[in-house]
Design a binder for this molecule. Structure first.
Ligand SMILES: Cc1cc2nc3c(=O)[nH]c(=O)nc-3n(C[C@H](O)[C@H](O)[C@H](O)COP(=O)(O)OP(=O)(O)OC[C@H]3O[C@@H](n4cnc5c(N)ncnc54)[C@H](O)[C@@H]3O)c2cc1C
Ligand code: SF4
Ligand code: SF4
Length: 359
């Protein structure tokens, strides 16, 4: 019998709509019974005559669990591809149901073994809110109290912001500028369809609003020797931390051999090209490539070129990659594709520094 304890909706999705349960490959099965006794959800019963397990209550199976397959000595249990579960987790309502559950049970689920953070929580005010393109917003945040600032952050780091009115609902955003001592923080936010924080930031946030912020966080910072050529790779708003790193380099080592490859799906999504042009103008060693899968920009400043395709396509020329330390930021899918491509080309993984905007 399906047990209501196990078949309740999975993060809001009715269990019956999710295809997740084991299938026994009888030809492989040696009838040891490990799966039957090992599954606490009574998915299996045992056919004692045939000496084979039988899946009697597939909906009792915990979504994403593969314990029985992992412990089957004969490799006789298979599951649907995990992609089907990952696709569910990518849906806004599922992600937000997980988040609601986590926050609602904060008292129970908060770890007693919290690692002390060397960072601080302060209040920042929204000084500027500029819509750069249809789906990218630039925010400038400034300290509210004298002395309570992130004046000492290192380019490439990020901060965590709390949505006003919530103790626990927070999101991370990379700082797009290099520090100038004033505590001014620039962020680039990409609108995420159905997104809680970005929905609020785009539609309701006002200049003058104050936000709790924690930081500075993260280790996506410059760690290369000063004579090593660099490659920066950005996908979408992964441009933010990369911009901070490039700004730092152009300030202190403008002649350094640097390549920046920035990818967007469509050519009209690139933003802040005036800032890029200013960087290129002050740094003779900097070469910039924009990679767009659709469309072309007609006019581009000097030393900025555009190629068709993804950033991985744009990096086909070995001169852009080999002998360089690599700093790459953006969505996990792009970073996975980049990492796989570099591994295939024999580039040492130790040369690659990654800042994943993964969720
Ligand atoms: C270290 C770090 C730095 C980051 N820096 C930036 C930054 O500089 N600029 C920026 O725009 N974002 C950045 N992000 C992502 C950001 O923290 C949020 O995840 C993002 O803005 C979505 O929040 P939301 O509340 O609007 O969406 P949610 O309500 O959390 O999610 C809604 C839906 O969108 C999907 N989703 C959520 N985030 C993403 C994403 N990043 N890409 C694709 N789909 C997503 C979810 O799976 C869900 O389906 C960073 C993330 C990390 C971990
Ligand atoms: S995957 Fe887990 S819950 Fe599902 S049948 Fe196997 S052990 Fe039971
Ligand atoms: S654990 Fe594997 S081999 Fe053993 S009964 Fe289950 S399916 Fe068969």
């Amino acid at each position: 019998m399906p047990d209501p304890k196990f078949t309740k909706p999975w993060h809001g999705v009715p269990r019956a709509e999710i295809h997740w349960n084991p299938t026994i490959l009888e030809d492989f099965c040696i009838g040891c019974g490990t799966c039957v006794t090992g599954c606490s959800r009574l998915v299996y019963r045992f056919d004692f005559d045939r000496k084979k397990p039988v899946v009697v209550d597939p909906l009792n199976c915990m979504v994403g669990c593969t314990t029985c397959a992992n412990t089957c000595p004969a490799n006789a249990i298979v599951f649907p591809p995990l992609d089907s579960v990952l696709a569910l987790e990518g849906r806004a309502e599922v992600r937000q149901a997980v988040e609601d559950d986590l926050l609602a049970r904060h008292d129970i689920l908060a770890s007693p073994l919290q690692v002390p953070h060397p960072d601080r929580i302060i209040t920042l005010a929204v000084a500027e809110k500029t819509v750069l393109t249809r789906d990218v917003l630039r925010l400038v945040l400034v300290p509210v109290q004298l002395g309570a600032c992130f004046c000492e952050f290192v380019p490439g780091q990020y901060i965590e912001l709390w949505q006003p009115g919530s103790d626990h609902l927070s999101r991370s955003y990379s700082i797009a500028n290099a520090p100038d001592g004033s505590g001014r923080i620039e962020l680039h936010l990409r609108r995420v369809a159905g997104g809680r924080f970005t929905g609020w930031a785009f539609d309701a946030m006002q200049v003058g609003d104050t936000l709790r912020a924690r930081g500075p966080l993260g280790a996506f910072t410059m760690r290369s020797a000063s004579d090593v050529p660099l490659l920066f790779v950005a996908g979408g708003t992964g441009f933010a931390p990369v911009h901070a790193l490039v700004e730092q380099q152009t300030r202190f080592q403008p002649s350094r051999d640097m390549v920046l490859v920035w990818g967007m799906r469509a050519a009209d999504q690139f933003y802040a090209l005036d800032e890029l042009a200013a960087l290129a103008a002050t740094a003779p060693g900097l070469w910039i490539v924009l990679a767009a899968e659709e469309g072309t920009r007609v006019e581009l400043p000097d030393r900025i070129t555009q190629v068709a395709g993804t950033v991985v396509n744009a990096l086909a020329d070995p001169a852009l990659v080999e002998g360089r330390d690599i700093y790459a930021a953006g969505p996990p899918m792009l970073l996975r594709a980049l990492t796989a491509d570099l591994a295939r080309r024999g580039i040492d993984r130790a040369r690659l520094n990654i800042d994943s905007f993964g969720v």
